[in-house]
Design a protein around this ligand. Structure first.
Ligand code: BTN
Length: 271
C-alpha cells in the first residue's frame, strides 16, 4: 500500500525529529510546490542566523541548473537548497560544491549501498548517468556573504520525465528509483545528506583545504586517466585528467606534456 503523502508541516516535523545536526537544517522551509528553492534561498536577506537554513520543495516549477539551464523537478525528486554563511575565504568556493557532492554520495551509499561517482565539478553519476547535480550561488554584494548550495537529486522519479533536458551535459539522466529498484524515504535521505554535509563542512573549517575532502573526492571520482576537453572561449583543449590539486583544481596533461589547471568556472567534459 502506498504511504499517504505528508503535508508540508508533517514533512518538516518528521525531518526535524530525525535530524542529528547542530546547524544544518535547524531551520527548514518545506513547500509542496515552489518555482525554485535556489531562488527562494537567494532572496532571503543575508544574515548570520541564516546559516544552515534549508529550503525544500516537493516539486519545482522553474528549477535552475548550472550555466543558466533549466532543471526539471517533478514530484518525487529531492530538491533542496542549503544556506551557508561562509566562515572561509570565498576563493575556496569550490569546496562547498565538493562538500555537497560528497554528502550526497555518502547519503546514497548509506541508504542504498550504491556507489556513485563524482564528475568535476558538480555532477554525481551512477553507471555513467547523471543522478544529481549541485549548483552553488554566491551572494556577495553585502557585508555578510551568503552561499546557497542547491542539490537536485533524481530520487523517486522516472528518467523518461527528465532525460531530454540533460543533453547539454553530454550525459544521460538516471534516477535512484531506477538504479535501486525501489522508492527511498526522502526524509531519511535528506537527514543523511545534511548530517554528512555538516561533517564535511566542520572538517573543512577546522583544517582548511583539507586532504580529507580532496582525497575523498579523488577516491569517489573515476575521471582520472580519462581524456577530456576543456572549452576555452571558442577553443577546445584536449588532454588527460591526471589529478585534483589542494585548491580543488583539476589537472589536465596536454599532448606537449604541459599541465593545465582547470578551475571552477571552466567548462570541461569527458571525451
Ligand atoms: C546542475 O545543473 O547540474 C545543477 C542542478 C541543481 C538543481 C537544484 S534542485 C534544488 C535547487 N533549486 C534549483 O532551482 N536548482 C537547485
Amino acid at each position: 500500500m502506498r504511504k499517504p503523502k505528508l503535508n508540508e508541516s508533517m514533512f518538516k516535523t518528521r525531518l526535524s525529529k530525525v535530524l542529528r545536526t547542530k546547524k544544518l537544517g535547524k531551520s527548514i522551509y518545506v513547500f509542496n510546490e515552489l518555482d525554485s528553492t535556489q531562488d527562494y534561498a537567494n532572496a532571503l536577506p543575508n544574515n548570520e542566523s541564516l546559516h544552515g537554513t534549508t529550503v525544500i520543495a516537493r516539486k519545482q516549477n522553474m528549477g535552475k541548473g548550472r550555466i543558466g539551464r533549466t532543471w526539471i523537478s517533478p514530484e518525487g525528486g529531492l530538491w533542496m537548497s542549503i544556506i551557508i554563511i561562509p566562515d572561509f575565504n570565498l576563493a575556496d568556493i569550490i569546496f562547498t560544491q565538493f562538500i555537497g557532492s560528497l554528502a550526497v554520495v555518502d547519503a546514497v551509499f548509506e541508504n542504498t549501498k550504491i556507489n556513485c561517482k563524482l564528475m568535476w565539478p558538480n555532477d554525481i553519476l551512477i553507471n555513467g548517468k547523471k543522478v544529481c547535480g549541485i549548483l552553488t550561488d554566491v551572494n556577495a554584494e553585502n557585508e555578510i556573504k551568503k552561499i546557497v548550495v542547491g542539490i537536485g537529486l533524481n530520487a523517486n522519479i522516472e528518467s523518461s520525465s527528465i532525460n531530454n533536458y540533460l543533453t547539454d551535459d553530454n550525459l544521460k539522466a538516471t534516477t535512484l528509483k531506477e538504479e535501486y529498484g525501489n522508492d527511498i524515504d526522502l526524509i531519511i535521505l535528506i537527514k543523511s545528506i545534511l548530517e554528512r554535509m555538516e561533517y564535511y563542512y566542520d572538517n573543512f573549517l577546522s583544517c582548511g583545504n583539507t586532504l580529507e575532502i580532496v582525497d575523498r573526492w579523488k577516491e569517489r571520482s573515476d575521471m582520472f586517466g580519462k581524456k577530456a576537453i576543456v572549452y576555452d572561449g571558442n577553443q577546445q583543449v584536449m588532454g588527460e585528467i591526471i589529478d585534483l590539486d589542494q585548491n580543488g583544481a583539476l589537472l589536465m596533461k596536454l599532448s606537449d606534456t604541459s599541465i593545465r589547471k582547470i578551475i571552477y568556472y571552466d567548462n570541461v567534459s569527458l571525451h
